[in-house]
Design a binder for this molecule. Structure first.
Ligand code: S3P
Length: 429
């Protein structure tokens, strides 16, 4: 049980949040398909991204860890990956698995994937369906792990695919498979999800066209890799400090070098709407991604309403936004959040169960959303993390801003933010 104490003074100082998880995964995958070495800076050394490194190494890619957060990846070219001699383990990482299903769908060799208990429960049919339509072939039981991708003897067919749910993982799997298709592949989504794959493919010389919610990828013979990639700080990790800084009296935090790609920055819009005191400074572009410093100071927040349209832009931030809502004045209504049910755990249920321990009666589940009553009394309690990194961090900030919390199984933060507890301690002094 880990104890997070109630903060009696503000959180102050500067933070370099770790590298973006989504971009870190993609940087290793695409570099692995390049013919020239790529240096990746500010790579996230979290467990999920290490799973991606492990899988790419098993297919013959050389990944050298130069410093704490720098990698040199020597790829094998678009057509040079080798058959792995073992099962590929994606661990807890949906991104590793779904994107690599797309990448391996077109390879001439077979690959079998597995993953941890949580990943075994998550739906993969949403990726297998379009990839099968492209001619790929899989064996699995009802689309769950373990999944074997059969080696291909023919190029994949290009498709036009309308995704029923907005998901960057599904979109990316199709785009990666589309690199190997016989013609242009087009994918559309109901609302725009994160576009890191599109941006990075473009940076590797791949023709990518975008029109409203549609993306088209045109296959090419080889990638033209950049010499280096600098991964921006992860806004999903910055999110915990944005909320902590907003809630805890006397706080003043400067978050340096945070990725503010508009397909990821929904939390900034929601928090500003709630009345947060957030300044975006020093905006610039690095490796094709928008980056900025963000200053947050304590503010009095009010409830808000948001739904399906913005959901893909803040999907991983809902647990921490829900914390902000518990401390806000008035009610917050969150709709169209059904995708939270198929994350590392059912986050809608986890939020309801655990938040109500810390502020009884504060959270109601309503359909695929939540109604959160702000400003109710707070208490200390023992909470479960469900081995879900985002639940662990959201509950920690809840405890720090409230009356403290005891966390069962706190170590899952290693998935995306290994230094999270250390940083909380440092800022709180
Ligand atoms: C991710 C996409 C999102 C997000 C996940 C990372 C990505 O998942 O929740 O943490 O890197 O593409 P979905 O595509 O399933 O919404």
């Amino acid at each position: 049980m880990k104890k997070i104490r109630a903060q009696t003074s503000g959180l102050t100082g500067e933070i370099m949040v770790p590298g973006d998880k989504s971009i870190s995964h993609r940087s290793v995958m695409l570099s692995g398909l390049a013919d020239t070495p790529v240096y990746i800076r500010n790579f996230l050394r979290g467990a999920d991204c290490l799973s991606t490194i492990d899988c790419m190494r098993a297919m013959g890619v050389t990944v050298e860890e130069i410093g704490e957060t720098e990698l040199k990846v020597t790829g094998r070219g678009l057509y040079g990956l080798r058959a792995p001699s073992r099962v590929l383990d994606a661990g807890n990482s949906g991104t590793t698995l779904r994107l690599l299903l797309g990448l391996t769908a077109a390879q001439p060799f077979s690959v079998t994937f597995t993953g941890d208990k949580s990943l075994q429960k998550r739906p993969m049919g949403r990726v297998l369906k379009p990839l099968t339509a492209m001619g790929a072939s899989f064996s699995s039981q009802e689309g769950r792990l373990p999944i074997t991708v059969q080696g291909q003897t023919e190029p994949l067919q290009s498709i036009y695919y309308e995704m029923p749910v907005a998901s960057a993982q599904v979109k990316s799997a199709i785009l990666l498979a589309g690199l190997y298709a016989s013609g242009d592949t087009v994918v559309t989504e109901p609302y725009p999800s994160r576009d890191h794959t599109e941006r990075m493919l473009a940076a590797f010389g791949v023709p990518i066209m975008r029109h409203h919610n549609a993306v088209k990828v045109r296959p090419i013979g080889e990638l033209m890799a950049p010499e280096d990639i600098t991964v921006p700080g992860d806004i999903s990790s910055a999110a915990y400090w944005l909320v902590a800084g907003s809630l805890i009296y006397g706080s003043n935090i400067l978050l340096k070098n945070v990725g503010v790609n508009p397909t990821r920055s929904g939390i900034l819009d929601v928090l500003k709407h709630m009345g947060a005191n957030i300044d975006i400074l020093n905006r610039h572009t690095e490796s094709g991604e928008e980056v900025a410093d963000i200053r947050v100071r304590r503010a009095r927040l009010k409830g808000t309403t948001f739904g399906a349209g913005i959901m893909p832009r803040l999907i991983d931030e809902v647990p921490i936004i829900a914390v902000a809502a518990v401390f806000a004045h008035g009610d917050t209504i969150i709709e169209g959040a059904g995708e939270l049910r198929v994350k590392e755990t059912d986050r809608l249920v986890a939020i309801k169960n655990e938040f109500n321990k810390l502020s009884p009666g504060s959270v109601e589940l309503k359909g695929d959303g939540l109604v959160i009553h702000g400003g109710l009394p707070l208490q200390r309690a023992e909470c479960a993390t469900y081995d879900d990194h985002r639940m662990a961090m959201a509950l920690s900030i809840f405890g720090a801003a409230g009356d403290g919390v005891y966390l069962d199984r706190p170590d899952c933060v290693d998935i995306s933010y290994p230094a999270f507890y250390e940083t909380l301690k440092r800022l709180g002094r």
